[in-house]
Design a protein around this ligand. Sequence first.
Ligand SMILES: O=P(O)(O)OC[C@H](O)CO
Length: 235
Amino acid sequence: MESVLVPVIGGYLLGSVPVAVLVGRAHGFDPRSVGDRNPGFWNVRQRLGARSAAPVFAGDLLKGTAAGLLGLAAGGNRTGPAGQVRGPSVVPVYAAVGAAMAGHAWPLFAGRRGGRCVLTFAGGMAVICPPAFGLGLAALAAGGLATGSFAAGARLAVFSLPALQLAFAPASHVAGTGMLMAFIGARFGQAALAERAQRRRPSVDARKNRPRSGRRFGPARYGRGAARKASAGRR
Ligand SMILES: O=P(O)(O)OC[C@H](O)CO
């Protein structure tokens, strides 16, 4: 039990460090209020450029790696010949990386308004299965160069991770990786719903403020103030 409790708490606290928000604040903005509103590398990069956003990339990645290492230590540092986690270390490592992702998504130190966890997951994979992580980085570079798009390379790398891991670890571990990726999928879904609600909000406000029939003209047409003025005029 303790072998999971400590990594889960530690992982959550590590994941809660809001790297993108801290970097954004240092440059005078909150990434949760601009662009795609995601406090992650891509959004900060869109605003500041790759060089200034690099600490977000490294920091979010390292949160997952540090959490994974915490889990590995708690689970007795059991690894296979290629460095892949195994035996009693598997559950604490996955639990720690999952907790770090939860921390990134709902950060204790940033009002529980966090990101989608892609990089924290990727950083955790460096501990879960180092060779798959290394090959994933190669896929990122190759995909990025071939398409001219970092985002396309990143997608290729992330989606190929389970297949790459299967060459070094049993299917049960890959299923654990699939669960972590399902969490990322859920976060993208949540973000899409929030974005849709955000887009619909102005039209809802407009409907609320629509004038009632019979009071269509004149400058004081909308809002509570207008209703008060209209009834004062009738008195
Ligand atoms: O999932 P996040 O919050 O780490 O952000 C995703 C990155 O922007 C992907 O480049």
